[in-house]
Design a protein around this ligand. Structure first.
Ligand code: FES
Length: 185
């Protein structure tokens, strides 16, 4: 079962859920950089309505802020003239949006059927163990790694498949796990 990067939200001390839509607060206002605003304006020219640009706008927000906080939800809603609750509903539908802070390397281990049959569960558990006995979705103390379990990454012929941030890695096994993790340092 996919945990998603939002799994540990309720466990984060000092970061209470706030507002009507339940998103976690980052504690300060957020806004796009001039470069991100430029990308956002270019996006709008490619979609028939502002609402249609919601998914890629959230993607820009995640690239800018690292995760989708309550403030990011409100900011994106204001940019697109949408209700914050609607934006949050979309954020929670897709596991690709991080609903809590994540490490520099977000390691997403696919455990769907092909990867499962190729030993992905063991890779997932061993990966978390090697990085400090991390719980699912937990971030290492140095802030470098978050390990989560995800559904099919469309790399079934290269199982077990892993994605780190936006990059694909294929055939990650117990045998090559150390060298894989070494490359991330
Ligand atoms: S089942 Fe893992 S990539 Fe498809």
């Amino acid at each position: 079962m996919s945990g998603g990067a939002g799994t540990p939200v309720a466990e984060l001390a000092g970061n209470p859920r706030t507002g009507e839509h339940g998103a976690l607060s980052c504690g300060h206002p957020v806004a796009f950089s001039p470069a991100a605003l430029e990308r956002f304006e270019a996006l709008l020219t490619r979609y028939p309505t502002k609402q249609a640009a919601l998914l890629p706008t959230l993607w820009i927000a995640q690239e800018e802020f690292g995760w989708i906080s309550r403030e990011a939800v409100d900011y994106v809603a204001s940019l697109l003239d949408l209700a914050p609750a609607f934006v949050w509903g979309v954020v929670t539908f897709y596991t690709m949006y991080n609903r809590a802070p994540v490490g520099k390397h977000l390691i997403q281990v696919c455990t769907s059927i092909s990867c499962h049959l190729a030993g992905a569960e063991k890779v997932y558990h061993e990966c978390r163990r090697k990085l400090g006995d991390l719980k699912p979705g937990e971030t290492s103390l140095d802030g470098k790694y978050t390990v989560i379990e995800v559904e099919c990454l469309a790399q079934c012929d290269k199982a077990p498949a892993v994605m780190v941030n936006g990059d694909d890695y294929e055939r990650i096994t117990l045998e090559n796990l150390d060298s894989f993790l070494e490359k991330l340092k």
